[in-house]
Design a protein around this ligand. Structure first.
Ligand code: BDP
Length: 676
């Protein structure tokens, strides 16, 4: 089950002498579900890693290891420790150790569980624990995952087999895999999950009825024991689809009442239900527009229904016209979210949270940061990432996404002057948001290794760790993950770390150049089809012709999208001279011979990166092959196989892109390499 265990291998460590303190009796205080999980986990993990039975006893404050909440164990702390814990949030904890005692004390049950996982991680990483005084609290309040799972067992944009939640039109009977998933999530600090696809239009509409609520309640209980709050995606037209009403108008009295009753019913089953995730007026999903209402009307109506129970509405901002006429250049999909939502600032209830994709388009390998994030000082916001590699190699190709997310989080919007980074905005430090944080589309399925490509486990692990502590570097996260997953050997760490850290650049090198995006096979979104979306209705164009390529989004001659940014970003992106190379074609249409800041022409850059990207995949293969003796056959072959498929994909991309642009431009490669 090595591949199944992901980063919770609990491999026996070689030098157990340094952990003598842990070989004493452990006393865990309390018996709520989350505390019980902490107890089971610490017992299981330490016995395995230290290779001996661990004694867990009843509540005894003199035990060498004590674990519990501040409520129960506060009297073991000194004044400074108490103050520090009390000034941290509900999920904060303390790990403190001396020769005599090791304490894991949290502000809540959930925090205790996080503290226990921290301790376990330190041991697996073989860190010194003799003199600890670690206070930790998550930087983000929301650390959420969205499952795009359907009741028929399929997973929208799923690249790891089928759903672990549903099979053949039913919720799975054996829920042990869901429990294991909850364990993994809690180990990296994820605290919320929505368990069904955002596109709700078939049988899933009935999830909020008594036909499914008894079983969803069971799932909620499983997650609760791991500190994860359950949400459901809903169909905005439910009052009509399942309620027998003739309208879903959010201002209609009967609709409001229907949702109020519905909320009350759900909370009878799940008293700590998180709330609704809503995709409305987006890609054919129903929404308030049908009734000439706006997104504030729509979300507020649901918010009112959930308010008495402390429930939240997570309202997605992925709203754009997906039926636009490609002949009409007056609309720009990149502008859409900002144009729709920014004017509504201040009109949302305080339990509405807008969920905004990291870029203005759709999870491309490279996009600028969405200008909507931070642009609504009076509206709660969370950012949405995609752990699932829809446009970044579909868990066949290697693409470690933490560097991309870090770049997004570090982007300075200047919305309230210098230092208004996305990281601080979503942490709620720039505007006084009541709720904020990070959400993401999950990448798991029922493949035995959860993520298709074993190395894609690093994205799930890293997502959790990063949302907890955005100051961790992509490299630190990679190292933690590698050691826990594969072992604490320098060769392994160095080699895999190098593969992971370069993989995003490599993927970008052989796919769509300079921020232009897409060029993928329509529908599936894997492999090249350069003009596949060029004359379609989705608003995703590259405008390549014989003279040049790129989308003009400037204010003078283009769509004016650049104006959605605060200065100095607005001027930087708007000017050809200052726009960074990697986003050039997102913002500007330029001739093929246009000189980049890196000293190459656009066309030469395209040729060079595509030859290079393909060669780099060979490099990945070589590096992985060099690990054969260190890695179990199963996981070794899984990655080896994926890398071969990646190579075939990279070749397709390289050849199609190079040929396409050679034919368009008729400009030769300076190095005379073979272009078909
Ligand atoms: C796109 C996916 C589509 C999703 C949509 C969304 O291709 O399957 O339904 O995003 O986020 O990236 O709603």
């Amino acid at each position: 089950r090595t591949k199944y265990n992901m980063w919770l291998q609990y491999r026996p460590i070689s030098n157990i002498k340094q952990y003598e303190l842990l070989m004493n009796e452990i006393s865990v205080f309390g018996d709520t579900p989350a505390i019980k999980s902490a107890k089971v986990e610490v017992d299981f993990a330490l016995s395995k890693m230290l290779n001996q039975a661990i004694k867990v006893k009843g509540e005894d404050p003199t035990a060498k290891i004590v674990i519990g909440t501040i409520e129960k164990l506060g009297n073991l702390l000194n004044e400074t420790q108490i103050q520090k814990l009390k000034s941290s949030n509900d999920e904060g904890y303390l790990l403190s150790s001396s020769n005599h005692q090791l304490k894991v004390i949290g502000n809540s049950d959930r925090a205790v569980l996080y503290g226990v996982h921290h301790l376990i991680r330190l041991v697996q990483l073989e860190k010194d624990i003799s003199d600890l005084e670690i206070f930790q609290q998550p930087k983000n309040q929301f650390r959420m995952l969205n499952q795009w799972d359907n009741l028929d067992g399929s997973v929208e944009r799923g690249y790891s087999g089928n759903s672990i939640f549903y099979k053949n039109g039913q919720i799975v009977q054996d829920k042990s895999r869901i429990k294991d998933y909850a364990r993994y999530l809690s180990s990296v600090g994820i605290n919320a999950i929505s368990i069904n696809n955002v596109n709700v239009w078939k049988e899933e509409t009935y999830f909020i009825t008594k036909k499914y609520l008894p079983e969803i309640k069971q799932i909620a209980e499983i997650f609760r024991a791991y500190g994860v709050t359950l949400y459901l995606s809903i169909n905005f037209a439910s009052p009509m689809a399942i309620g027998g009403l003739s309208t879903a108008d959010p201002l209609d009295q009967s609709v409001k009442e229907w949702w109020r009753d519905k909320a009350a019913e759900i909370y009878e089953y799940i008293p700590d239900f998180g709330g609704f995730v809503v995709k409305a007026d987006s890609e054919h999903r129903p929404g308030p527009f049908t009734y000439d209402r706006d997104h504030a009307d729509g979300s507020n109506m649901l918010a009112e229904a959930l308010e008495p129970f402390n429930g939240k509405v997570v309202w997605r901002c992925f709203v754009y016209n997906c039926l636009q006429d490609w002949r009409d250049r007056s609309t720009d999909r990149a502008r859409a979210a900002f144009d729709h939502f920014k004017p509504l600032d201040g009109r949302f209830h305080e339990n509405v949270i807008l969920q905004i994709k990291n870029g203005p388009m759709d999870f491309q390998v490279r996009e600028p940061v969405s200008p909507l994030i931070g642009a609504m000082p009076n509206t709660n916001q969370i950012i949405e990432f995609q752990v699932a590699q829809e446009y970044t190699g579909q868990q066949i190709d290697l693409c470690y996404l933490i560097p991309q997310w870090k770049q997004v989080l570090q982007f300075d919007t200047h919305i309230k002057g210098e230092g208004s980074s996305i990281e601080e905005i979503v942490a709620g430090n720039i505007h006084p948001y009541k709720y904020s944080g990070i959400s993401a589309v999950s990448n798991i399925g029922d493949d035995e290794n959860w993520t298709g490509n074993t190395l894609a486990q690093a994205n799930l692990y890293g997502y959790g760790r990063l949302t907890w502590d955005p100051s961790l570097s992509a490299k630190e996260i990679a190292q933690e993950w590698i050691i826990q997953t594969f072992g604490n050997t320098e060769t392994i760490i160095g080699t895999i770390e190098d593969m992971l850290l370069n993989s995003w650049e490599i993927y970008e090198n052989y796919t769509a150049p300079l921020g232009v995006g897409w060029m993928v096979t329509p529908g599936v979104h894997y492999g090249p089809n350069i003009d596949g979306y060029e004359y379609s209705r989705w608003g995703t164009y590259h405008f390549a012709d014989r003279d040049g390529i790129g989308v003009d989004r400037t204010k003078e001659t283009g769509t004016g999208y650049t104006e959605q940014y605060e200065e100095p970003n607005q001027s930087k992106y708007n000017s050809l001279e200052h726009c960074p190379d990697e986003l050039l074609l997102f913002f500007h249409y330029v001739p093929y011979k246009y000189m980049l800041k890196n000293g190459k022409s656009v066309i030469q850059h395209i040729y060079d990166t595509h030859f290079k990207g393909f060669n780099q995949v060979d490099g990945l293969i070589e590096r992985w092959d060099s690990l054969k003796q260190y890695i179990d056959e199963d996981r070794f072959e899984n990655v080896q196989d994926r890398l071969q498929r990646q190579k075939a994909n990279a070749r397709e991309w390289r050849d199609q892109i190079n040929t396409y642009f050679y034919r368009k431009s008729r400009i030769n490669d300076q190095h005379n390499r073979t272009i078909y």
